[in-house]
Write a protein that binds this ligand. Structure first.
Ligand SMILES: [Fe+2]
Ligand SMILES: [Fe+2]
Length: 303
């Protein structure tokens, strides 16, 4: 167990803008793993940081913790138009991930936000919450299980057939929610064919969709996706939120071919891309080191 003063110490490490971002990410993951109101307070305090990358990760972690105590802070971030769209998107997604129907009205309000990635996120979150309420008990037993234990913005599809899933994934006339469901089914399947189908999604028209594809490819850590992820990272006209997620995916796949691209773009003009490459290089180092768990070091210090 971690006592309150150790928790505060980790909170200070997270908030310290003079520390390297990689240390601050470790502090964040430690707080996420510890959980509870105090950890949520430490995380929620940092939404005035200049790094959009850090702030979006704060929101992501709050969603994954699935504690309703984080809801008011996340609503404030979603409502705050001075926050970067990527941060507001993650706050909306986190509100969906927590799974409480009490946020449905707020999410419906932002389902028409002028920032398309925020609007699409809130539409998905509304559909996830409606699905949880109306269909999850009927469908749950038929769904593939998620080997990564993440709380996803949509459940997997009912079908397991790769061709059907690929067709749904890439069909721009279908609802985003159904395409996300196909995405998570392919991710759960995890074979090379599924990776290749998913990688095709990096050419689809919605930036939100492309960034989620990059995210699941990072979870899968499959080298078949490396060339496509590098292609989107290298495209300076690509949305920075997508380039960011490609960089992090390459860091988690952590093969030699990923290294040169990450080093090159760790000097990118876009702050969020640059910082993602720095974090990704740290993940790459971790994959190649004997450290047992990424967020382990701070827990050890604090015990
Ligand atoms: Fe995201
Ligand atoms: Fe992200």
């Amino acid at each position: 167990m971690v006592n309150s003063s150790s928790m505060q110490q980790i909170g200070l490490q997270l908030a310290d803008q003079n520390r390297p971002l990689t240390d601050r990410f470790r502090a964040l993951f430690t707080l996420r793993n510890l959980g509870g109101h105090e950890a949520i307070d430490c995380i929620s305090k940092c939404f005035d940081d200049p790094s959009a990358l850090l702030k979006h990760e704060l929101a992501y972690c709050l969603g994954q913790m699935q504690d309703e105590y984080a809801i008011p802070g996340l609503i404030r971030v979603l409502q705050d138009k001075t926050q970067e769209p990527m941060v507001r998107h993650e706050a909306g997604e986190a509100l969906g991930a927590i799974g409480s129907a009490e946020v449905l009205d707020v999410l419906r309000e932002f389902a028409n936000d002028p920032q398309i990635e925020v609007a699409e996120t809130c539409q998905l979150a509304v559909q996830r919450l409606e699905w949880l309420k109306e269909k999850s008990s009927k469908e749950n037993s038929q769904l593939s299980s998620n080997p990564y234990k993440s709380v996803d913005p949509a459940p997997p599809s009912l079908t397991q057939d790769t061709d059907t899933l690929q067709n749904t994934l890439l069909d721009e006339s279908r609802e985003l929610f159904d395409r996300y469901r196909a995405m998570f089914s392919l991710r759960n399947k995890g074979d090379t064919e599924s990776v290749q189908a998913l990688a095709k999604g990096l050419k689809c028209s919605s930036a939100l969709f492309r960034h989620e594809i990059a995210y699941v490819l990072g979870q899968m850590q499959h080298e078949a996706a490396i060339p496509q992820l590098i292609e989107n990272l290298e495209d300076l006209n690509e949305n920075p939120m997508v380039r960011h997620e490609c960089a992090e995916a390459l860091g988690s796949i952590a093969k030699d071919q990923c290294l040169a691209a990450l080093e090159k773009y760790s000097r990118d003009q876009e702050r969020v891309v640059k910082e993602s490459c720095v974090v990704a290089l740290d993940m790459y180092g971790h994959e190649h080191s004997s450290e047992f768990q990424y967020a382990d070091s701070l827990v050890k210090i604090s015990q």
